[in-house]
Design a protein around this ligand. Structure first.
Ligand code: CA2
Length: 157
């Protein structure tokens, strides 16, 4: 059974309640419920967490070293600011999928740079809540396919 850590960054707890024109009407609880449903089909076990605190996200990433096969993370605004989250992901060296609800490359200039993408296996942006489901499918497939071969991914760690 694959164990996957799903991390949601700051303000994502407000999804579906504020700024609906940008992020839509779906709530984080709904996204998490659809991930849990899909995990049953994929025979994966998920632990899902949200925090508004950078250090808490870093601690959870470090803890994933023990007992997890991969990480799905929407670092939210920390995408564009956090070398600490990038360094933690590089340190644990687990296959990681970066998810964004919006297409960050069609928005303000400051959202076009991600500190995380260079240490991620893949990035999914612009599919809304569906992006998390694509990430879970893709991650499970990649982990299973990699088997004992491990991941290289050509990252710039
Ligand atoms: O598109 C994404 O998923 C983002 O990671 C969302 C972040 C943003 O800073 C990134 O540039 C792109 C913002 C998450 C905040 O979500 C809110 C939801 C409802 C109301 C207010 C904020």
């Amino acid at each position: 059974m694959l164990r996957i850590l799903v991390l949601h960054g700051p303000n994502l707890n407000l999804l579906g309640h504020r700024e609906k024109s940008i992020y839509g009407t779906v709530t984080l609880d709904t996204i998490n419920a659809s991930l849990i449903t899909l995990s049953g089909e994929l025979e994966a076990e998920l632990v899902i967490r949200q925090s508004n605190l950078e250090g808490e996200l870093v601690n959870w990433i470090q803890e994933a070293q023990r007992g997890y096969h991969g990480i799905i993370i929407n670092p939210a605004a920390y995408t564009h600011t956090s070398i600490a989250i990038r360094d933690a992901l590089a340190a644990v060296d687990l296959p990681t999928i970066e998810v964004h609800l919006s297409n960050i490359y069609r928005r303000e200039e400051f959202r076009r740079h991600s500190y995380v993408s260079g240490v991620a296996l893949a990035q999914i942006a612009g599919f809304g809540a569906t992006g998390y489901l694509l990430a879970l499918r893709g991650l499970c497939e990649q982990i299973s396919a990699a088997g004992s071969k491990g991941f290289s991914g050509g990252s710039t760690r």
